[in-house]
Every structure is written in C-alpha cells, then in structure tokens.
Design a protein around this ligand. Structure first.
Ligand SMILES: CC(C)(COP(=O)(O)OP(=O)(O)OC[C@H]1O[C@@H](n2cnc3c(N)ncnc32)[C@H](O)[C@@H]1OP(=O)(O)O)[C@@H](O)C(=O)NCCC(=O)NCCS
Length: 174
C-alpha cells in the first residue's frame, strides 16, 4: 500500500508574501536538492549535519532521496524562482523505534526567518500523527535558536534536555 504521505502537497504563504508548495520529496528532486545544499551557508550545513557536509556519496544520495514514506518521510519546500521551481528547504522524519521518529530540517539561508521552518513542523506533525506516531525527537546544537524556537512554537508538548554539546528535544504528538 502506498502511504498518503507519498503524495502530500500543501500551499503556504511565507512572510514576504510569496507562495510556496510543501510537498512529498520525489526521486527526481535529486538535482534540485543538490542545488539547495550548494546554496546553503557553512553555518546552516553545520547545524543540519553537525559538520560541514557539501559532498554526498551515491549511497547517501540514495538514502536522502529514496523515501518509503512509512519509516522515512521527507518533505520539500518549492518556490518559484526566475520562472521555474526551486527547492528552498525540506524536512524529514525517520522512525527510530515504534511510535517515535527523529526529525531534521533545513531551509536555504535567504528564506530563513520567514515561517518556512514553522510550516514544515506543522506538516510533519500532521503526517506523523496520521501515521500513528506518538513522539517526535530531535538533537539540536544549543546555539541553534531558530530550530529551538520552531519546536517551542509548534504548540506540541515539549520536553527538553540540555547538555553542553546538544539539546535533546521530545515533542508529544498524542
Ligand atoms: C532551523 C531552521 C530550519 C528554521 O527555519 P526557519 O524557516 O528559519 O524558521 P521560521 O522562520 O519558521 O521561524 C520560527 C520561529 O523561530 C524564531 N526564529 C527564527 N530565526 C531565528 C533566529 N535566527 N534567532 C532566534 N529566533 C529565530 C522566530 O521566533 C520564529 O517564530 P515567529 O515567526 O513566530 O517569530 C532554519 O533556520 C535552518 O535551516 N537552519 C539551518 C539548518 C538547521 O539548523 N537545521 C536544524 C537541524 S535539526
């Protein structure tokens, strides 16, 4: 059975008035994803991958783009740029144990602070809840205020455990 998440699509308005589509990642998004990574700053890549990662092996690309939409759900944000679509962000969750999935987000720098992360959070939570998940977890660098705010402002019950190196987040979905 194909998961409904595999055909997910929603339109959102971001702060500058543009409309973007938040939709399920497709295998043919590979090049668009590569371009989006190329546009991201060193700091953003560090915060996403806990290291500055710009080059990915074929195996890693396979992992990031070959999504089953059950154990691994991935959304992309598509904006119209210069007359064509461009991927400007994305978020995914990976089920790490029954009922619990780990989430990760990334938005291209020039689009950060416009509500894209917040919208991605809302859509991932909707999909996760629909799939029967109980909890979303994440690991965030302590200085990553934007990511911490997205979780705090999600409206979901939040548990936070701080260590000097990383903040462990848990959000209850039910
Ligand atoms: C973290 C990230 C995904 C957030 O996405 P975003 O689109 O920039 O976030 P939003 O615009 O939705 O902001 C959500 C809230 O965070 C707060 N916020 C945003 N940027 C902030 C910043 N730089 N400092 C402090 N707070 C910030 C705002 O209060 C905002 O709430 P508001 O819109 O109600 O005021 C994005 O900044 C990013 O890609 N960063 C690099 C990669 C990364 O850190 N990934 C996380 C790994 S899990």
């Amino acid at each position: 059975m194909i998961s409904q998440a595999a055909t997910y699509s929603a339109i959102e308005s971001i702060r500058d008035g543009r409309r973007v589509e938040i939709r399920a990642l497709r295998p043919d998004d590979r090049d668009a994803l590569r371009i989006a990574v190329g546009r991201a700053s060193t700091q953003s890549l560090y915060r996403r991958f806990f290291g500055v990662k710009r080059h990915f092996s074929e195996q890693e690309i396979e992992f990031f783009t070959n999504i089953d939409f059950v154990r691994h759900v991935a959304l992309v944000v598509v904006a119209e740029e210069g007359g064509g679509p461009a991927v400007i962000g994305g978020a995914r969750y990976i089920v790490v144990q029954p009922g619990t999935a780990e989430v990760a987000f990334a938005v291209v720098d020039q689009y950060q602070g416009q509500g894209v992360g917040k919208a991605l959070m809302r859509h991932l939570a909707t999909i996760g809840r629909g799939a029967g998940l109980k909890e979303l977890i994440a690991e965030v660098l302590p200085e990553n205020m934007a990511m911490l705010k997205v979780f705090e402002k999600s409206g979901l019950p939040l548990h936070m455990e701080r260590t000097p190196q990383v903040v462990h987040i848990s959000l209850r979905l039910s």
